[in-house]
Design a protein around this ligand. Structure first.
Ligand code: UDP
Length: 247
């Protein structure tokens, strides 16, 4: 068993069993109740798993990008599941009861929004839009209206508004942060869960889950390079990490 030192007092947390394996991450239980380890893989999928591949160094870049952004969000008063980095690919997180929704925040039209509204990619929205998609592979992760979310009983009306508010608050922190580093935060995906009965930000925030465009050149520095078979996929993840780290 591998043990990791935990400050303060050098308490050790041990990795136990695989709890869940997704497309880009593995979650393990630990010997500390309420704490899990999230391992970031190099594997990538797109188009509902139809396209598969490996992006060298992606896991190591994403764990650091996510850790950095969660730390900034915590400082801004937004509660996250993040505790600390453990290894080059692992972070210690709170165990949450995940809500099966993807909250998408958009500042600029791209991807499925461009198709839905007939907007050209790159068109700035009047104000940020928050959408919710149902995390159900068998249904193809459909877009949900508020009343669908309530019908499904995933959250109540108050919690639905909290999800919206939290998503916009994350945007208010991240959009200027990326802008200062020459990156346009076009859109991104968040996932939330319950810790006790409180809504907490979970999952990851990385170029796998954000669209980031270079402000000067318009170059895409995110998973769209993989989706669209563009060159220099690995370099895009390293470039985002470099821009965040050099501050
Ligand atoms: N996204 C994600 N996981 C998903 C779907 C979308 O992380 O399962 C992110 C995606 O990377 C982008 C944003 O959410 O930053 C909006 O994606 P969109 O709805 O435009 O879907 P796409 O065009 O990527 O299929």
């Amino acid at each position: 068993l591998k043990g990791y030192k935990l400050p303060p007092g050098g308490k050790v947390v041990r990795k136990l069993d695989k709890l869940y394996e997704g497309k880009a991450k593995i979650v393990y239980t630990t010997d500390q109740p309420g704490l899990l380890i999230q391992y970031f893989k190099d594997s990538a999928t797109a188009f509902n798993g139809k396209k598969k591949g490996t992006i060298e160094g992606k896991g190591a870049a994403n764990v650091r990008i996510s850790a950095y952004l969660f730390e900034i969000l915590e400082k801004a008063g937004i509660k996250t599941h993040y505790h600390r980095l453990l290894t080059e690919r692992e972070m210690l997180i709170d165990r949450l009861e995940m809500i099966p929704l993807e909250a998408i925040v958009r500042n600029i039209a791209a991807g499925s929004l461009s198709e839905r509204l007939g907007y050209e990619e790159g068109r700035r929205l009047k104000k940020p839009i928050v959408e919710f998609y149902y995390k159900r592979d068998d249904l193809g992760d459909p877009l949900l209206a508020c009343q669908h979310v309530l019908e499904l009983g995933l959250v109540d009306g108050v919690q639905f508004q909290q999800l919206r508010t939290l998503s916009l608050q994350v945007n208010d922190v991240l959009q200027p942060l990326f802008a200062e580093r020459g990156l346009e935060l076009v859109d991104f995906k968040l996932e939330f869960g319950f810790r006790d009965s409180e809504i907490i930000l979970g999952d990851e925030i990385s170029p796998d889950t954000c669209r980031l465009w270079d402000k000067k050149t318009g170059e895409r520095l995110d998973k769209d390079r993989f989706r669209r078979d563009l060159r220099r996929v690995e370099e895009a993840y390293q470039e985002v990490l470099k821009r965040l780290a050099s501050s």
